[in-house]
Design a protein around this ligand. Structure first.
Ligand code: HPA
Ligand code: ZN
Length: 324
């Protein structure tokens, strides 16, 4: 099974590039840019990565991003992730980035997007890994900040396929971003949003109805409402599920209690993704392995996660044929 999972072609649809910052690169960039970090050793970093919920993770995750300053830093960060993709046989990846995390520190939008884009382009040429870029609005910030960010993205429409919504779900309802998503759609961006990670099934419904999203990031709390699960299955609404993330952030106590396999068997278009792999203990193969070890599954079922991800991806029908 291990070899089958390792060799299986994979498509990643839920990956925050800032969440791929491994401690080694964090130390290297801190030294390169003369930035103070609150850790003296890798062991101290690992100790700090002991989260009890989403917010306790986000506090450390935003702090880690402070070492990213230059276009080269964003390139190096993205390139390191793409080497992991190559290793895990990820053939296509749709990458989130959080511009406000950087522009609020005085880093220009162009620096961020150009560094990431150059690495993605190089990986397409050298490794035949295709990709898309998704810009996320931080939901703990206000609507005005999201509108300013959208304005900055307009000059980079050729590089950004969609907008998303991440950060603290509780206390920041989808309704806060209804107008900015409407404007994003009118500018030609596709839309996705984190929902139903910590928030209830109604938070997923709100994201679908108010933000007109075409897929849901996480969405695992849909199981609180059986009727809604049936609806999602019927409509084949994709859920980009992140198993190791859900365990680390205590959405589920144990992988054996995770609902991803149950949802798969009910016909929901669930996919496996790594979210913030440097913080949650693993990249794509690790996530597949963790699910495969905790749940009895056939090879056909495991491969279905990849077929679902191709179906849910933002690649053209022509490109999809290359992947099938
Ligand atoms: N949820 C919300 N915001 C995030 C996450 C997540 O899992 N990862 C990075 N930002
Ligand atoms: Zn996420």
């Amino acid at each position: 099974m291990k070899q089958f999972i390792q060799d299986l072609p994979k498509v990643e649809l839920h990956l925050h590039i800032e969440g791929t910052l491994e401690p080694e690169l964090m130390f290297e960039l801190a030294a390169r840019n003369n930035i103070e970090i609150p850790f003296n050793s890798f062991a101290e970093v690992k100790d700090a990565y002991d989260f009890h919920n989403l917010q306790s993770f986000l506090d450390i995750y935003y702090q880690g991003a402070n070492v990213l300053i230059t276009e080269q830093d964003f390139f190096d960060l993205t390139w390191a992730y793409l080497l992991r993709c190559k290793n895990d046989n990820v053939v296509h990846t749709e990458v989130f980035f959080d511009p406000q995390t950087h522009t609020d520190r005085g880093i220009s939008f162009d620096t961020v997007v150009n560094g990431i884009d150059k690495a993605l382009t190089k990986a397409a040429e050298e490794f035949n890994i295709s990709s898309q870029l998704i810009m996320c609005f931080l939901r703990h910030l206000d609507e005005e900040s999201a509108f300013i960010t959208l304005e900055q993205a307009l000059a980079h429409k050729d590089k950004i396929i969609a907008v998303g919504l991440d950060s603290s779900e509780n206390g920041n309802p989808a309704s806060k971003f209804e107008r900015v998503f409407e404007k994003s759609l009118s500018e030609g961006f596709l839309t996705v949003a984190h929902a139903g990670e910590e928030g209830p099934a109604s938070s997923i419904r709100d994201a679908l109805e108010l933000l007109k999203i075409t897929r849901i990031d996480h969405g695992v709390r849909c199981s609180d409402d059986d009727h809604f699960v049936e609806e999602l299955a019927k409509l084949r609404t994709p859920l980009t599920v992140c198993p190791l993330s859900n365990i680390k952030l205590k959405v589920f106590e144990e992988m054996s209690e995770h609902n991803i396999v149950e949802l798969l068997r009910k016909g929901v278009c669930v996919t496996i993704n790594s979210d913030d792999p440097a913080y949650f203990g693993g990249y794509m193969t690790d996530n597949f392995m963790a699910v495969g070890e905790a749940h009895m599954m056939t090879k056909v079922e495991i491969a279905q996660f990849t077929f679902n991800a191709i179906e849910a991806s933002f690649i053209s029908e022509l490109e999809k044929k290359r992947l099938f």
